[in-house]
Design a protein around this ligand. Sequence first.
Ligand SMILES: C[S@@+](CC[C@H](N)C(=O)[O-])C[C@H]1O[C@@H](n2cnc3c(N)ncnc32)[C@H](O)[C@@H]1O
Length: 255
Amino acid sequence: MPITPKEWHKRFKLQSQWTKSTREYLFQGAGFSFSSRVLDVGCGTGAISGEISQTKFDHVVGIDLNIEFIRHALTINSGQQLNVADAHSLPFKNDIFGCTFCHFLLMWVSDPAQVIREMKRVTSPGGSVLALAEPDYGGRIDYPEQLAIINEWQIAALKDQGANPFMGRKIKALFHQAGLDEIEVGVIGAQWTADIQEKEILSEWEIIRSDLMGLSKKSEVEKTADEIQKIDQAAWALGERILFVPTFYALGMVR
Ligand SMILES: C[S@@+](CC[C@H](N)C(=O)[O-])C[C@H]1O[C@@H](n2cnc3c(N)ncnc32)[C@H](O)[C@@H]1O
């Protein structure tokens, strides 16, 4: 069954929780006021633009290629300026935003260097360009060891969908090549508390299984997926599970 925009929104909201403290730090570090004009590139269903337009910034604009996502975002935040557009060619004049950011976008685009150039073009001098979260599955850690196979599936599924599973390590170079200044790059930290909810594990497995549906080796993989899911759930229940995907961020100033 295809996943609805509403279900995507739930996923995007969950992902946005993982990066919340880094986002707070970066928005604060960038030194913007409530009246700053902000652009969310690849805003999806508005998980982040919706949140920050209520709490942090008065004027948040979003664009995304997916019309269904934009429609859904507008049902939640009808007052927001959200447009269908391609990040490779932003429909805005030069120098009009104080901050332009993206969140889990660059790994999905065909030419990330062009997207960053566009983000820089529409940002005014003194403003900043932020890539808030770009994962790198090449550095993923899974424990217990039998669970490392999940990452092999994930990398294959992302490649099948045209995404770059190793984008994280590239964003520093891309920001430099775009001519951004005072670049800061880092990796978002992780904590593992004892109280992970069963429903979060099941939701993660829903994502893994929907990704597996697209794999060419699908039937082979499905045979082992049930067994791997049991090991995963048992490891969470015993408090042994470690899952870490290095997720990079980058901040650069426009001069
Ligand atoms: C993983 S989702 C992240 C959505 C949102 N940034 C968030 O974190 O909730 C990636 C988004 O990028 C959008 N996207 C992919 N390629 C794009 C492009 N060339 N231009 C604009 N949006 C694009 C997709 O439609 C999708 O909404």
